[in-house]
Design a protein around this ligand. Structure first.
Ligand code: AMP
Ligand code: MN
Ligand code: MN
Ligand code: MN
Length: 276
């Protein structure tokens, strides 16, 4: 059986390895089919595709798009997109452009909480001039000793209701599904178990996504328990959605799962790759 990993990050967003190193690591660890899905970005795909060709594994052009749905941030993974598609590229530029002002506000909020110079500090961890994320703030908070690890950085400072969190309006679900389909790709709701949504709200999100033409639900993810694999497989089936899987790898020491460690899809689902 082929090993699919359809969600991971490189230095073109908030990962620690270059696109080529991501691919080489995945290939060395037994992944057969990989999608690079940098946040709101496609600029690493050409390098990754070339590395996949050298390594002899299959490559899927991807991205992970930031959405605001009912006031909550939701991530939508795009798979099989044309990275040259103009509307998608313009959409992503728009989504990324809000990140700089947001990061300054995060810096101000942390300053108010007694942590000075966090914007400058986080900027020192940025690896692509096109994108700053909360992950870069988390690395700064670790380096300066305010927290011990990523988990604590988010839990104490960077998630909703915490001192360094600022609300931000990303793209709408309809826009993002439209861009992805316009670029010939499939749209996948990423890690549904991560959102602070009530069960009824999660079902409403999935129903709206399906009605917009959304394609799949990411079921196997390190963000989920084994019980959630089964729960989300059922949700996918009852909504007529396909199922995806991905490690969400960001780097050694920062990610719960490394390449090649993903459990298999639950039985009885329709994989997102069934028509590839
Ligand atoms: P942003 O797109 O700037 O809001 O940053 C989101 C990124 O922060 C995610 O893609 C993860 O890489 C990281 N992240 C969010 N929540 C957590 C968490 N609880 N623990 C570790 N990393 C997280
Ligand atoms: Mn990330
Ligand atoms: Mn995500
Ligand atoms: Mn991700």
């Amino acid at each position: 059986m082929l090993q699919y990993d359809l969600h991971c990050h490189s230095t073109r967003s908030d990962g620690l390895l270059s696109p080529a190193d991501v691919i080489r690591r995945a290939a060395a660890r037994g992944v057969d089919v990989i999608a690079l899905t940098d946040h709101d970005e496609v600029v690493g795909l050409a390098e990754a595709r070339a590395a996949a060709q050298d390594a002899g594994i299959a490559f899927i052009d991807g991205s992970e798009l930031s959405v605001t749905w009912n006031g909550e941030t939701v991530h939508v993974v795009a798979l099989g997109i044309d990275p040259e598609n103009v509307e998608l590229a313009e959409g992503l530029t728009g989504v990324r452009s809000g990140r700089d002002a947001r990061a300054r506000r995060i810096g101000d909020a942390l300053e108010d909480a007694g942590i000075p110079d966090a914007f400058e500090g986080a900027s020192g961890f940025v690896t692509s001039p096109r994108l700053i994320s909360r992950t870069h703030f988390a690395r700064y908070l670790i380096e300066t000793g305010y927290v011990r690890d990523m988990k604590e950085a988010f839990k104490r400072y960077l998630t909703s209701g915490k001192p360094g969190y600022v609300p931000h309006a990303w793209a709408s679900l309809a826009e993002v599904v439209g861009w992805i389909h316009g670029a010939g790709g499939q749209a996948v709701i990423a890690h549904p178990g991560r959102y602070k949504l009530k069960p009824s709200e999660l079902r409403a999100l999935i129903a709206e996504f399906r009605d917009l033409g959304g394609d799949a639900l990411e079921v196997v993810s390190p963000s989920h328990t084994a019980a959630q694999f089964a729960e989300f497989a059922t949700l996918a089936r009852t909504h007529g959605l396909k199922v995806s899987c991905g490690s969400d790898f960001h780097g050694v020491g920062e990610s719960r799962l490394d390449f090649g460690e993903l459990p298999p899809l639950p039985a009885g689902v329709d994989p997102v790759w069934s028509t590839w």
